[in-house]
Every structure is written in structure tokens, then in C-alpha cells.
Design a binder for this molecule. Structure first.
Ligand code: DGL
Length: 269
């Protein structure tokens, strides 16, 4: 007898995690996906650790009430600050978490210098320090905070003179020091990727770990993933959205970034 499919929860401080959600949707077309944009509390990047962790706990609790079978932390800031505490708090729940792609960047650099673009909290986080200590070796890893970028994406300002100037200001020091690989260490930043690539030029590689997170989720869900791959007639899974911010704004912005019209419901936590 078929059981109702258990969904997968994905969350971020706002719309940034859609850059991860789209990779998950592409890899796992039949899964039921729930997405929470905590836009009413964004940005996480300059909040106190306790505040960020408390929001993550509330949202994961919401997903547990929706009977999810896994949660994807589509926010580098939450991972860097709190992933260990969250795993202790929800020991039965698979938590798949994004983190900056330091290891692949170190493997890819030819100049010996890589840049990590991230929020202030990620730049200062124990999580990023651990990644650098584990993988950098002789490579110089420059962590660059990018103030204002998350807010720009949340406002839907993905182009235009002000966005270009903000991107250029943060890339400048990294390019001046010879970085030839740039890591998108915040899930909002893939939406600024055209501006980043334009400013960095063709000699600089830009890395986004979102697809790797989707593959990691698939590995953690072996039975369901196998079903998805072999059942060619399986129905497309639904995707549902919640926001803790202004739902009309969230619905418009998510529809634009997601590429189809969607309605975001009010997050009850
Ligand atoms: N998108 C989140 C990340 O990956 C951060 C956003 C924020 O500062 O709110 O780090």
C-alpha cells in the first residue's frame, strides 16, 4: 500500500535558498518540497548567534510538524554558526547543510589564492574557520564579507548601477590580491552571479555548491531517490512556499526567481 509521501523542508533567511531549491527540484522531480523564506527576520548575516539559532529551531520545528523526512539548511550562515547545535537538538532528523565550497576552490586555483564571498557572520564563523583549517593547505583563502548584498537580492535588485557598484566594491580586494577562484558562500549570491562574473572577468572561476547539496540530499534519501529515478511516470512533486515577511512581496519575488507564479503563505512561527 502506498503511503503519503513525506516532504522535504528547505529554508533560508529569505529567498537565497531558492538557488539550492532549484537544484533539488532538478535532481528530485517527484519529491514534495516545502520552502520557508524567513524574510521577516533577514538578514541573518549580522544577527547574534542566539537569534539566528532560535529562528532555525523554530523553522525546523515547523517542518517537523509538517512531518518532513529531511531538512536542507539552505543558508551558509546557519550552518557556520549553529549546525552542530541543531544536529544535537534534532538527532532523528537528517539535516543536510550547505557550506562554502572551500575544498573544491583549493583544488581549482592556479594562482594559489581563492576568495570566499559570504555574510559577516559566516566570515567570522567557527564553521568557515574549520573548513579553511581542514582544506586550505598552502592556498591562501581570503574571506570577504559582502554587506548589503542579501538586502539587494531581497529587494529584487539583481542588476542596475547600485548593485554593480556594491558587487565591484567587494570583489576589488580579492581580485587585487590575485584570487582566481571565487566561492559563493551565501545562497543569495548566485542571483548576483551575472554581475560577479562580469566584474571578475573570464579568468576567474565562480563556484556555487548548491548542486552538490542536492546530490548530498539524494544520497541521504536512497530509497526515495531510487524511486524517483526509476518511476518515469511518477507525478511531478509539488513545491509549497511560506514567508515570515510581507507575503505579497515574497510571492512576487519568489515567482520571479523560481520562474513560475507561486503564492507564499504566512509562516506561523
Ligand atoms: N542566504 C544566507 C546564507 O547563505 C544568508 C543570508 C542572510 O544574511 O540573511 O548565508
Amino acid at each position: 500500500m502506498n503511503q503519503a509521501p513525506q516532504p522535504i523542508g528547505v529554508f533560508d533567511s529569505g529567498v537565497g535558498g531558492l538557488s539550492v531549491l532549484r537544484e533539488i527540484r532538478a535532481l528530485l522531480p517527484s519529491e514534495e518540497l516545502l520552502y520557508v523564506a524567513d524574510s521577516g527576520h533577514a538578514p541573518y548575516g549580522d544577527k547574534a548567534v542566539q537569534q539566528v539559532q532560535a529562528r532555525a529551531e523554530r523553522i525546523i520545528g515547523f517542518f517537523v510538524a509538517q512531518q518532513v523526512r529531511a531538512v536542507v539548511v539552505a543558508c551558509n550562515t546557519v550552518t557556520g554558526l549553529s549546525i552542530q547545535a541543531l544536529r544535537q537538538q534534532f538527532p532523528q532528523l537528517p539535516l543536510v547543510a550547505i557550506e562554502p565550497a572551500v575544498k573544491p576552490a583549493v583544488a581549482a586555483t592556479r594562482s594559489g589564492t581563492v576568495g570566499v564571498l559570504a555574510t559577516q557572520n559566516t566570515v567570522r564563523s567557527p564553521g568557515l574557520a574549520r573548513l579553511i583549517a581542514a582544506h586550505a593547505g598552502p592556498v591562501r583563502v581570503l574571506a570577504q564579507a559582502c554587506p548589503g548584498w542579501v538586502e539587494m537580492v531581497e529587494r529584487g535588485e539583481l542588476d542596475g548601477a547600485a548593485s554593480k557598484a556594491a558587487v565591484a566594491a567587494c570583489l576589488e580586494p580579492l581580485l587585487a590580491q590575485g584570487a582566481d577562484v571565487l566561492v559563493l558562500g551565501c545562497t543569495h549570491y548566485p542571483f548576483l552571479r551575472p554581475l560577479i562574473e562580469q566584474r571578475a572577468g573570464p579568468g576567474v572561476q565562480v563556484l556555487d555548491p548548491a548542486a552538490a547539496v542536492a546530490r548530498e540530499l539524494q544520497r541521504r534519501l536512497p530509497l526515495q531517490a531510487a524511486q524517483n529515478q526509476t518511476t518515469q511516470t511518477a507525478a511531478a512533486g509539488s513545491t509549497r512556499f511560506w514567508s515570515s515577511g510581507d507575503c505579497a512581496h515574497a510571492s512576487g519575488l519568489i515567482s520571479r526567481l523560481w520562474g513560475e507564479p507561486v503564492r507564499a503563505a504566512a509562516l506561523p512561527v
